[in-house]
Design a protein around this ligand. Structure first.
Ligand code: SF4
Length: 355
């Protein structure tokens, strides 16, 4: 797919926009003032494959936590700030890599100027984040609560920064309605070339939030819109990262580890395939190697259907066929299937890494 051309901004060691890979973000849900708990979660997010971590910065102690996190990891950090420009200055001072702040909400010209000049000095981008739930009275009167209202609201904030000659900007336009979110980003992508941070806000718990996010974020990405994303779930932020990565993987935009192709099962299936696929997923979690593994219910259609897989199994009566690139190479008792498959996968990874 062709990606929309955007400017590139730098968030610590990660780039957003232009030809940079689409990055996955999440946000800590610990009390940011609790240094130990927050560091622990940031490191967990990093280990889960999160590219950029955002923290709520709501008082001076939160800014101090940024400094402490920086001592143990270089994962780029974003300070999420509402209304108080002094917290933005404190976060910059402590080494934050990006701000999420709306310049129209932090006071007058001189306050904005102070934040912009500190951000400029350190090369820190500012994300303007508009949520459909917090549009101003004026905007609502003029446009109603519409995708266009979200776009116009964001552009008002953008204009404040542009007036100060500051264009190190990222924009997000989040709504809890999937269709409103999609429409707002589509409109914005026609207006500016700043990188866009995608997300469906307040998407819900893991099940429904994953579906909403996959549809909202996925639709936009498939149209070439979007440079970074955050999946918002009422769940652990680690789950957000897993879902975000899976969306990118499904669209072929990032290659993250092993991809499992498994059939939905039908009356021809003779083995406990669902459990086998789930256990395989758990076992292979965290292996960052691009390999397609198929888990299919029958030998009649399985290997053929999974021809694109590098390796896989297809169920038979009490045994499974092991196949590579769609060709059956041996058979194994069902109770040994998982063990054999994992060992074959590990061998393949080892061989490829050696060659
Ligand atoms: Fe059914 Fe076999 Fe296809 Fe699985 S691979 S859905 S068991 S026909």
């Amino acid at each position: 797919m062709e990606r929309r051309k955007t400017r590139k901004v730098k968030v610590g060691r990660i780039e957003i926009g232009g030809d940079a890979p689409i990055s996955v973000q999440s946000m800590t849900n610990t009390d940011t003032r609790d240094v130990d708990a927050t560091i622990k979660q940031v490191l967990e997010l990093e280990a889960a494959g999160c590219d950029i971590v955002r923290l709520a910065v709501f008082d001076e102690a939160c800014a101090h936590t940024i400094e402490e996190i920086k001592k143990v990891t270089d994962i780029p950090l974003v300070a999420d700030i509402h209304f108080d420009y002094r917290l933005a200055l404190a976060a910059i001072e402590k080494g934050v890599d990006k701000l999420r702040i709306n310049p129209g909400n932090i006071g007058g010209y001189s306050e904005v100027q102070k934040v912009v000049s500190a951000a400029r000095e350190r090369g820190i981008p500012i994300r303007i984040g508009v949520n459909s739930g917090s549009l101003s009275r004026e905007i609502l009167d003029r446009y109603g609560n519409t995708p266009q209202a979200m776009v116009e609201s964001a552009l008002e904030h953008v204009a404040i920064l542009e007036k100060l000659g500051y264009e190190n900007i990222v924009i997000s336009l989040k709504a809890s309605s999937v269709m409103k979110t999609i429409e707002a980003y589509r409109l914005m992508s026609q207006r500016v070339d700043y990188p866009l941070h995608l997300g469906v806000t307040e998407a819900g718990t893991t099940f429904s939030g994953t579906i909403k996010s996959a549809i909202g974020i996925g639709t936009l990405l498939a149209e070439g819109i979007g440079d970074t994303l955050r999946v918002s779930l009422t769940a652990s932020p680690i789950e957000e990262v897993r879902v975000g990565r899976e969306i990118l993987k499904a669209l072929g935009l990032r290659a993250y580890g092993i991809e499992i192709i498994s059939c939905p099962t039908c009356g021809r299936c003779n083995i406990d395939l669902i459990r086998l696929a789930e256990r395989l997923q758990e076992e292979l979690e965290g292996i960052d190697y691009p390999l397609k593994v198929a888990v299919m219910g029958c030998v009649v259609n399985g290997p053929g259907e999974a021809r694109e897989a590098d390796i896989g199994i297809a169920g038979g009566k009490g045994k499974v066929a092991l196949f590579k690139k769609g060709k059956v190479v041996s058979t194994v008792p069902e109770d040994k299937a998982l063990e054999v498959l994992i060992s074959e996968i590990r061998n393949m990874i080892g061989d490829k890494e050696k060659s």
